[in-house]
Design a protein around this ligand. Structure first.
Ligand code: FAD
Length: 321
């Protein structure tokens, strides 16, 4: 019996959401009194792989074949299902990021396993059960899902579980799954601009139609820069091409759960809130005191963004020295 965790990587670095999944899988393994093993697909160095021991896994199965250079859901699922079988896995954990969303359900089908996507904390194991909590109805309610199948598959929502770093070192084992040639052909990779990827950011500064036009986005970017934050926007802003679509958050865009979400000139429509209301702390800057976003805010500033935000940025700069 064991817990295995898919630790997805990009250009040789393990993604932050995967580090959270590793910490989660390791904590779960301790509760189940078993071991945790990471599965890494694609080219990473042995040192990086061994370093995953710091996040609580005792073993890393490393498959660095070219078949895993780019994500192909079928190929990745086949490899992870084989790893789960080889390790006699009781639970398979994924980060609930784009790679995990693509692969976890396919693995669950292959292993005839019950699946919970978007878990937000460790399963409740009391009474021999296995009950996983997740958000439903755009974060307005919780669902408690019982998995009864012998093998369980869970994907963990990003920013739901703290990365727990110790000083362990993992044994790295070469893993050579038998997989078909990838059917997905990647012809170009569009790199997302900005220093912090939005889906992994701990702080997000977001702008809405209240900013009046793309020429004013320096306000958002300057504040984001001093905070080390990613930038985001409401849907009308992306629809109007003020900002690229990959920055649009909400029901029809990305769902994010940063530690701090700063909304500037955004009204707080329910479709917008659906993508951000899992944020730990929400700060709203809006000139209309009746803006619905204030109801969801932890801190609100009623004021004109064009006056408030530059002062906010200056204040943060001073604080940071
Ligand atoms: P507005 O509603 O125009 O609000 C602008 C805000 O800026 C106002 O509150 C105003 O008081 C404030 N403001 C104006 N000037 C200033 C100033 N100088 N300083 C400070 N504040 C100022 N929206 C999303 O964001 N994400 C989604 O995924 C999404 N999906 C949708 C799906 C469906 C099916 C539908 C029907 C709608 C969806 N929407 C989504 C749209 C959503 O309903 C809202 O229309 C949208 O979120 C509003 O964007 P906004 O807050 O930027 O603009």
């Amino acid at each position: 019996m064991s817990v295995i965790i898919f630790a997805d990587q990009s250009e040789g670095h393990i993604k932050k959401a995967a580090l959270e999944a590793l910490s989660y899988g390791a904590a779960l393994a301790r509760s189940l009194q078993t071991t945790a093993t990471a599965v890494v697909l694609g080219p990473i160095s042995n040192d990086v792989a061994a370093g995953l021991g710091k996040f609580g896994v005792s073993k890393v199965l490393l498959a660095s074949s070219d078949a895993f250079t780019h994500l192909d859901g079928q190929v990745f699922a086949e490899a992870i299902a084989q790893a789960a079988t080889a390790e006699n896995a009781q639970v398979v954990v994924f980060p609930h990021n784009p790679d995990g969303k693509s692969v976890a359900p396919r693995v669950a089908v292959r292993l005839k396993a019950g699946l919970v996507t978007g878990a937000i904390d460790l399963p409740d194991l009391s009474g021999g059960g296995f009950v996983v909590r997740k958000n439903v109805f755009s974060g307005k309610a919780f669902a408690y899902v019982t998995i009864k199948s012998p093998i369980k598959v869970i994907s963990l929502n990003p920013n739901s579980f703290h990365v727990q770093e110790g000083d362990g070192k993992a044994e790295v084992v070469a893993f050579q799954p038998t997989v078909a040639a990838p059917r997905v052909k990647v012809t170009a990779v569009n790199k997302v601009s900005g220093e912090v990827p939005l889906s992994e950011a701990e702080i997000v500064v977001s702008g809405g139609r209240g900013l009046k036009g793309p020429e004013n986005w320096g306000l958002v970017e300057d504040l984001a820069k001093v905070l080390g934050a990613a930038t985001a926007c409401s849907r009308p802003v992306a629809d109007a091409h003020w900002r690229p679509h990959h920055e649009h958050v909400g029901q029809t865009g990305l769902t994010i759960r940063p530690n701090l979400y700063i909304a500037i000139g955004i009204s707080g429509a329910i479709q917008h809130l659906a993508g951000v209301n899992g944020s730990k702390v929400i700060v709203v800057i809006n000139k209309d005191p009746e803006a619905p976003f204030f109801k969801a805010a932890d801190y609100g500033i009623v004021g004109d963004a064009f006056e408030v935000v530059p002062k906010f940025t200056e204040a943060v700069k001073k604080l940071k020295g």
